[in-house]
Design a binder for this molecule. Sequence first.
Ligand code: PEP
Ligand code: MG
Length: 611
Amino acid sequence: MKKAEQKSPAPGRGKVMPDKSIKREVMFHGIPASPGIAMGQVLVLGKENSLLDAPPEQKKIPPEEVESEIARFKDALEETRTETKALMARIKESEGRNDAGIFDAQFLILDDKMLLNEVVSGVSKKFQSAENAFRQTISKYIAAISAIQDPYLKERAADIRDVAERLLAHLQGRSRTDLLKNLHEPRIVVAKDLTPSDTALLDRKNVLAFATESGSKTSHSAILARSIRIPAIVSMNRFYERLEDGDYLIVDGFLGTAVLNPDKGTIELYRQKEKSEARLYDEYLRETQLKSETVDGYRVELAANVENAENLEDIIKFGAAGIGLFRTEYLYMNRTSCPTEEEQFQVYKKVAKNLEGRPAIIRTLDLGGDKLSSLIHTQHEQNPFLGQRAIRLCLAHPDLLKTQMRAILRAGVFGKLRMMFPMVSGVRELDELLRILGEVKADLQNSNQRFDGSMEIGIMIEIPSAALAAEHLAEKVDFFSIGTNDLVQYTLAVDRNNEQVATLYEPTHPAVLSLIAMTVHAANRHGIWVGVCGESGGDPLCIPLLVGLGVKELSMSPMSIGQSRRLIRKISMREAEHLAASALAAGDGGEALAMSRKYIEEKFPVILRER
Ligand code: PEP
Ligand code: MG
């Protein structure tokens, strides 16, 4: 399915030799990660030419620019330091390598006072540009280390080259971070991989789409792409090495295909597809006042998942009942210090106010797993998804959690906020969280601060043990929200980001459905409600099953709300319950999926074609 296919060239009459200037159309297949069509030139990240070996410029800077040139160099140093910290964390987590050696050498360079003085003197005395002064200085260092006959030091020379290239890229505004943040022209970004923090940086105005060789539908980069409405494809096999900067590409985020060098006919075909998608989108916008209710009158709340407080008006535009999941960890990414209480308070207050009375669930920090931040230094972990993630990290750093709790509670005065804890595995952890929450409330009270003392508190059910302990947990909270992205990965032992086991990642697996059924049952017995905020919540093939299992709220990317509303209005609760019961008794996820597909084909076949 993911193999690269090659279209045969059109037969040309009388042609003896193939004309190399004619670029052939090639189609690639991957996993659709975020819907939409994009066409344009690509920017391939990670294939940049060496800046260190570029010929030195002869141009001198005018004396009045000396100060700003030195400041520019110091900024680039700082940016490279932050980037190096993030890189170190990323390599540690994703590859399990502890390459302290590499980074020690790099930090030595970045913190070297002699090097800084030499660059400053090159700029201020010889009127060299910061690039030239740095290039000259660092080249001397590299030459000196390389001359020593020691294999270890030879390797360190390569590490210093690496950090020097990155520093020069920052100086010229061409680092990966700069490229993602400040694209000057619309481009489709192609990369081997994009981390969630890379994706958070994407300049939405100019990034038309992204396509990566790694990743899966539930990886956080894919989730973020849906949230910021950038078409995306992941897991594009043998793709990256075939593309060059400036190539023309079509990305079809509905089907997970990309066409390199499309001919006129293909471009026209995709233009038509784009138009019909736009028509559908308009239709959905006209239906936002319709109730999201089954034909037999069972109401399902449709809420939005968001990663920041930037496009809150969209939530109302798409007719969401509120925010079912605010992933606050993005507030901690791509920065040099943790967000303060005041800064967070302003963000949550904006959410509370802008939703005009609709509720918003603010989830406390879920860093760890694939969402890393260089701000919080954790030990190297062999299995980060099973390690110190989310509340585990917060309980190890209670001040971090307390700051966030204070900000959420205070912002609650301005609207209807709910607080939710991710990755709760059982009662002991929940008791500890509630104890800390009690302390925070008492502090706020004692210091006469205004806060929402009766804020609803909920937990995510995303670890099988939490579903199994739901009866006990339900006694202590106001709602449950099922995180199917993690519940599927932890129940089936399938890494949600690993494309090699993607076929085993089955949200309709009867084992997963049973855990959801148990959760709903426990919640009903204790009079609390259950939502789903994982990606299954917006997946048409899962919606009838979730409704049939008794879930009351589905939270999804705002873009999926229109389609989900239409689907819910076509199904009946009686039939959905019947479908869910059959799926629970199925032998495997494929069988349950086939049942759901058959039901949708009867009720609303067009939705499957839209996918
Ligand atoms: C989930 O696990 O389903 C979820 C919504 O949380 P996240 O995707 O942020 O892990
Ligand atoms: Mg989760």
